[in-house]
Each structure stands twice: as structure tokens, then as C-alpha cells.
Design a protein around this ligand. Structure first.
Ligand SMILES: NC(=O)c1ccc[n+]([C@@H]2O[C@H](COP(=O)([O-])OP(=O)(O)OC[C@H]3O[C@@H](n4cnc5c(N)ncnc54)[C@H](O)[C@@H]3O)[C@@H](O)[C@H]2O)c1
Length: 255
């Protein structure tokens, strides 16, 4: 028996998740499927995505629909969203989760690299919102959840374009919330702290990093993908119906 909430308002809702093939996104897919939502997700990594679909089915929930789409290709993103809404109806909840936190040095950034990093970390969030907004406006209801990052708030170096994009996500959230609010469409932003995804564990969570986490977080246990997904569930559900235009930080008290 789980200790965590089941939200009646999420049952049968149409949920679109970007980057659902691994990391925090995979946890979103699992958690929303467990709520009885109709989930579709976009990712570029087919083997990882198929493993998520199989895991959800093994847990006895309805299978999510996977779209193998590069989010840098906006026409392909719009096409995937059209296919999804064509089969299950207008999107109720959009999770703009995908990103890629590749490290880069100032002197190595070309114009092409800059554009590519903005495309993978910011641009698709706007165009996915643009694509689902008319359906939400028709229903006079919707929740869009964008994903920012703690990194720029704590002044991290080594990835200037990523942090620029992630700062932009917060501005995008506020701009969309103002324009869509009169239609009862809510737009919020989740700021994850340092989340123990497989990618973070493989690449950066060294014994020294573990010490830093313990020192910087108020809470001494680690943040896991499901901690972020459970905040997304609440922001998607009716329980948060008067919350919009906000950022919600889930970082164990780091910043
Ligand atoms: N993990 C953390 O510590 C952390 C910290 C702060 C913010 N975040 C944010 O949380 C969100 C999820 O992060 P994560 O750690 O799970 O990321 P991740 O890198 O582990 O997973 C991202 C997913 O997006 C997919 N993806 C990447 N580029 C794509 C593209 N061009 N087209 C389609 N799919 C693509 C990947 O295949 C992967 O499945 C991101 O917005 C990230 O910036 C994460």
C-alpha cells in the first residue's frame, strides 16, 4: 500500500510528457499512468522509452503512447501532438520536461552550438505549449508544467547556454501564465534540485559531490525522480487549482 496520494481529478486526463524515456521524465510517465491518466510521451531514445512502456504495463497500468521525436524538430513535435490528440482528445496536462545538460566551455560555443542548446533546452517548451493551448482553451481548463533548474540560481559554471535556457524557462512560464490565465489554463514551473537520475549518478555524483549535497541541502537525504514527479502530480491535479505563474522548488532546501 503506497503512502502517496491518488488524485481523482487525474483519472482519464490526457497527459503529454516530453523526455519521458529516462530520468525524471520516466518517473512522470510511471506516476501519471499509476493515476489512471492517458499518457503520451516524446523522446529521442527508443530503447529507453520502450523499457518505460514495458515497466508501466508490468505494473498493471494502461500503456503510455511513445512518440520517437526529436524535440529540436518543431514540425515533428507538432505532428506527434496532432497524432496524440487525434487518438485520445485534447491535452489536459503538458509536462515540458525534456532537456540536455551537456557541459560546455565559453570559448567552444559556436553560433550553431548555441542555437542547438537553446533548441533542446528551451524552444520546444514554447512550441509544445502553443500546440496544446487551443485544446485547453476549448475545454477552459489545463495545466502546463515547465521544468527549470537550480543550476543558474546557485550560479553554476561550465554550461552557460544551458543555464541561460533554464533561466528563460522561468520567464516563459510567467509570460504564458499571464496570457492563458483568462482561459483557466495554469502555467507553473518546477525547479528540481540535484536529482539522482541514472545519468547524474553515472556522470557526476562522485563521493565529493555526495559530500556537497549533504552540506548544501537542509534535508540530508537525496532527491529522487519520484520526488519531482509527485510535485508535478499535484500541480496537474485540481488540488492546486488556484496556483499559476509560480515556480516550485524541490531541492531538499539547497537554495
Ligand atoms: N537531474 C537533475 O539533477 C536536474 C536538476 C535540475 C533540473 N533538471 C531538469 O529536469 C528535467 C529532466 O531532467 P533529467 O535529469 O531527467 O534529464 P535526463 O537527461 O536524464 O533525461 C532527459 C530525457 O529527455 C530526452 N531528450 C533529450 N534530448 C531530446 C531531444 N532532442 N528530443 C527528444 N527527447 C530528448 C532524453 O532522451 C531523456 O530521456 C530537465 O528539464 C532538466 O533540466 C534536472
Amino acid at each position: 500500500m503506497s503512502n502517496f496520494a491518488i488524485y481523482p481529478s487525474l483519472r482519464d486526463k490526457v497527459v503529454l510528457i516530453t523526455g519521458g524515456g529516462s530520468g525524471i521524465g520516466a518517473s512522470h510517465v510511471e506516476e501519471f499512468c499509476a493515476q489512471g491518466a492517458k499518457v503520451g510521451f516524446i523522446d529521442i531514445n527508443r530503447p529507453a522509452a520502450e523499457a518505460v512502456v514495458a515497466k508501466v504495463a508490468d505494473a498493471g497500468h494502461a500503456r503510455p503512447t511513445f512518440f520517437e521525436t526529436d524535440l529540436r524538430d518543431i514540425e515533428a513535435v507538432k505532428d506527434s501532438i496532432r497524432q496524440f490528440t487525434g487518438s485520445v482528445g485534447d491535452v489536459d496536462i503538458l509536462l515540458n520536461n525534456a532537456a540536455h545538460d551537456e557541459r560546455h566551455q565559453i570559448e567552444d560555443v559556436t553560433v550553431e552550438y548555441w542555437d542547438d542548446r537553446i533548441a533542446v533546452n528551451l524552444r520546444h517548451q514554447f512550441f509544445a505549449a502553443q500546440a496544446v493551448a487551443p485544446g485547453m482553451i476549448r475545454k477552459r481548463k489545463g495545466s502546463i508544467i515547465n521544468f527549470g533548474s537550480l543550476s543558474w540560481r546557485i550560479g553554476m559554471g561550465g554550461m552557460p547556454v544551458y543555464v541561460t535556457a533554464k533561466a528563460g524557462v522561468e520567464g516563459l512560464t510567467r509570460g504564458l501564465a499571464r496570457d492563458l490565465g483568462p482561459h483557466d489554463v495554469r502555467v507553473n514551473c518546477i525547479i528540481p534540485g540535484w536529482v539522482m537520475t541514472q545519468r547524474q549518478l553515472d556522470l557526476w555524483v562522485t563521493p565529493e559531490a555526495e559530500k556537497e549535497i549533504e552540506q548544501k541541502q537542509c534535508l540530508k537525504s537525496k532527491v529522487y525522480p519520484a520526488d519531482i514527479a509527485r510535485m508535478a502530480l499535484w500541480l496537474a491535479a485540481e488540488d492546486s487549482r488556484m496556483c499559476t505563474n509560480q515556480t516550485f522548488v524541490v531541492d531538499g532546501g539547497w537554495c
